[in-house]
Design a protein around this ligand. Sequence first.
Ligand code: CMC
Length: 391
Amino acid sequence: GGVITLDPGYKNTGSCESAITFLDGEKGILRYRGYAIEELAKKVDFLEVTYLLIFGELPTKSQNDKFHEDIKAQSAVDEDIKKILDAFPRTAHPMGIISSLTSALTAFNPSSVNVNSEEDMYKAIVKILGKMPVLVAWTMRKRQGLPFDYGDESLGYVENLLKMMFSKPNSCYVQSKILVDALDKLLILHADHEQNCSTSTVRIVGSAHAGLFASISAGISALWGPLHGGANQAVLEMLQAIEADGGDTKKYMAKAKDKNDPFRLMGFGHRVYKNFDPRAKIIKKAADDVLDALGIDDPILAIAKGLEKEALEDPYFVERKLYPNVDFYSGIIYRAMNIPQEMFTVMFAIGRLPGWIAQWREMRLRKEPIGRPRQLYIGATERPFVPVEER
Ligand code: CMC
């Protein structure tokens, strides 16, 4: 019963009340639990932001230490997971692998499925936070034919992720502080973004009381799409195509504006930001800083800046309030870190993990009902059945 309001893409439909992330798209404001994203990116690390998002407060030193210890204690991944990884072709897209492995983790951790208390939730949360970086690193190493690495307990969360990704057999691993800090900052900027496509997916899958890992796996699948997290890989491919095409940005601008051409300027536009994406501002500066610090002169960065300048002055983009989003410059930093293009969206997933967890936990603690949108039926009315001989 009742009147059904149609809102495709949920452009104006709120799905929940949430105390996690505040976003003002007109003013370009983004805050986690009340703290400005700009300040968090400068003053705390990714693990503290993870704690903040999930539990609502910045951790004390001892809370943070305990959280990290609990995560480390859960970071071992069952050896049999390697067999599953092994079965994928080396060319498989890492997002498909990560989503499958995250779902597969449920089989090895059955107790994580029926969570009914905060304590059960906490156990599932530290498990996924511990194991996900291992899955990410192994997936990248499989692609490159490198032996798997289990990391080093003495390192910080993000530094350990980089070690697991990049350590070489028989050599001592040293990662530059510039890169660790840059990745930490990038992950913070990706950590939550209220009810976006993947987060809404996590909440809706979780609302059926599927386990945390299954819900996260669904979120990873949603994030893979090029209109969502997949845009960071698509941006770099676009910039490379422009470079290979002699750097003709005007040609691609024209394609993006042509309604008969499916091409879109990847990394531009956003459902909610109609002024600028505050994350893009920070990331653009970080890209400059990282490339400077590493002494890298990347022609792709110049193309990105040229494209941005043209778009910001072009009436098509101005009228539609299309600005660079978080994905526009992030790939340039990942590239400077030697992270392969196919792994860019996986890095986004690692960054978004705390947000997915926080939103899932909030949804469960608030005992939200199962997600179940309605529809307006537009198909045939009742028809008489026709036997196969008469069709
Ligand atoms: N290039 C060219 N035209 C665009 C673009 C673009 N990147 N984005 C939007 N438009 C046009 C669109 O064609 C439409 O024009 P018109 O009014 O003439 O039909 C108008 O702008 C409004 O766009 P929309 O598609 O109705 O807006 P939406 O809110 O449904 O979509 C979006 C938002 C992010 C999916 C879209 O802007 C897009 O496809 N951008 C490119 C992909 C991208 O960068 N995605 C990353 C988003 S941010 C991080 C994340 O979510 O992971």
